[in-house]
Design a protein around this ligand. Structure first.
Ligand SMILES: CNc1ncnc2c1ncn2[C@@H]1O[C@H](COP(=O)(O)OP(=O)(O)OP(=O)(O)O)[C@@H](O)[C@H]1O
Length: 188
């Protein structure tokens, strides 16, 4: 499957297997600097993913759209207010000991205001987009980052062991567009 259309993307996320499983909406957003080729990551200081470098993000609140959730989390965790964002990915994560799947919507922030600030949750640091610290990131990141870095959109699924490191199965597909209708909802 390659270059699938928006309707296929909608089917991907709403397919029977995924719909049958409780899942929770999350965001993941990466502030970028062009043409310098830098991305802001944050060292997670507490909670899920503690000790890992990652983009910014978290759970989508029932009262907000997914994009609003991404912008809010970026501001809360880094001090930056995004004024232009692009959705670039949709990732589904399954953990063997967790009955609730994670549905993560990935964004790039190309324009933003404010000052980068360390927060209680994240210690931000700029990295070169071609020299990413993958050994300190989630194991799936090195699979899809090359697509995101080149401005490609993608959908993927990753099945993790309970060690939160070992990927037992994965799918990753570049897509033309991620524009499809999807309401923010939390099911857990
Ligand atoms: C498994 N492979 C993964 N690869 C890349 N990124 C991953 C990830 N798994 C989770 N993530 C991201 O980690 C953040 C957790 O969010 P998390 O801190 O739990 O949410 P939130 O800030 O709402 O938490 P509080 O309840 O306030 O502590 C959120 O951006 C989510 O997209």
């Amino acid at each position: 499957m390659n270059n699938v259309d928006a309707r296929s993307v909608a089917r991907f996320v709403e397919d029977a297997a995924h719909a049958a499983m409780p899942h929770r909406l999350y965001t993941l957003i990466f502030p970028m600097v062009w043409p310098k080729g830098q991305v802001l990551l944050g060292m997670k200081k507490r909670g899920f993913g503690q000790g890992k470098l990652n983009g910014f993000g978290g759970k989508v609140e029932p009262s907000e759209s997914i994009e609003q959730g991404a912008i809010r989390e970026l501001e809360e965790e880094s001090g930056l207010h995004a004024t232009k964002v692009n959705k670039c990915g949709l990732l589904l994560f399954y953990f063997e000991d967790n009955p609730v799947a994670m549905e993560v919507h990935v964004f790039m922030a190309h324009e933003y205001s404010g000052e980068v600030t360390e927060t209680e949750e994240m210690r931000p640091e700029w990295f070169d987009i071609d020299n990413m610290p993958f050994s300190q990131m989630w194991a799936d990141d090195k699979c899809w980052w090359p697509l995101a870095r080149h401005g490609r959109s993608f959908v993927g699924r990753f099945w993790f062991k309970s060690d939160q490191v070992t990927i037992t199965r994965q799918t990753l597909t570049p897509v033309d567009s991620l524009e499809f209708s999807r309401n923010a909802r939390n099911t857990s």
